[in-house]
Design a protein around this ligand. Sequence first.
Ligand SMILES: Cc1cc2nc3c(=O)[nH]c(=O)nc-3n(C[C@H](O)[C@H](O)[C@H](O)COP(=O)(O)OP(=O)(O)OC[C@H]3O[C@@H](n4cnc5c(N)ncnc54)[C@H](O)[C@@H]3O)c2cc1C
Length: 262
Amino acid sequence: MNRTPPTSARSKTPTPSQTPTPSQTPTPSQEPTPSQTPTLLTLLERRHEYGTVYTYRFARPAGVAWRAGQFAHLVAPGRGVSRETVRHMSIASAPGDDDLCFSMTESSGSRYKRDFSALTPGQPASVFGIAGAFTIDPETQPAVLFVAGGVGMTPVRSLVRCHGDRIRWQLVHVARDGHLYEQELRRQRAPQYRVGRAGAVHAIASAITSFRAEGLEPDVYVSGGHGFVEAMASRATTLGIPDTRIRVEDFTDNHHGRARHS
Ligand SMILES: Cc1cc2nc3c(=O)[nH]c(=O)nc-3n(C[C@H](O)[C@H](O)[C@H](O)COP(=O)(O)OP(=O)(O)OC[C@H]3O[C@@H](n4cnc5c(N)ncnc54)[C@H](O)[C@@H]3O)c2cc1C
């Protein structure tokens, strides 16, 4: 059975709890990361999206590379590397972009988020350990349904910007108080459903039905919080999508970009 990516590659991904203290040598990752040494980023813009969600747009630093859909270890501004000062953040920019964008919800009011909310243009944060398998091969995955919950839209933006012209895609974005990147993505011709949780099941069924009406069996990419990805992946299974075609990015899980039951 074609289960991707291999478990060994995923489980070696560093997590905040495994990240190096300044005096430690980072654990090597099997993912294609350019560096485990933090690279300085310079903030260009902090943009309010809606509610407590903000986008941080950094100048793209030399030597930092990523695949669409991957995440980074983002270090809080002015801090060293420790459990408290690092979070996984999906990269919202595409590899061809000249900026490096992250969008985050600041509702927790954690010290990490407070450090970011105080960041002003021209000031630095840093990034290391880019990894993850929430990626697409357009040659073998010509049709994709993205199902995102809240800020789970971040890797989807990167994937759409990178591959959107070469694949058939649809989007179901489930959110309570705002739909991240709505204005930008509405310019794309792909069908897009922006719904609250109550509308999710119907929207997913409609999207899959319309793919099938064209003779396409979509891969289903689900990203967001744990309860959301579990519920939406189960829904896709119920609708006949095989596990090998379901990929999840669980924002509250350390096994990134896993195929459903690998
Ligand atoms: C692959 C991936 C991509 C993600 N992408 C995004 C994104 O694009 N946008 C976004 O907003 N969020 C994203 N997240 C979630 C993000 O990493 C944070 O967990 C989330 O933003 C909450 O952080 P917080 O500081 O607000 O909350 P907190 O509750 O302070 O921290 C959240 C988690 O960080 C860890 N942590 C914090 N402090 C410690 C400590 N002292 N010791 C050990 N562990 C600690 C714990 O696992 C904790 O549950 C992603 C998560 C993953 C796994």
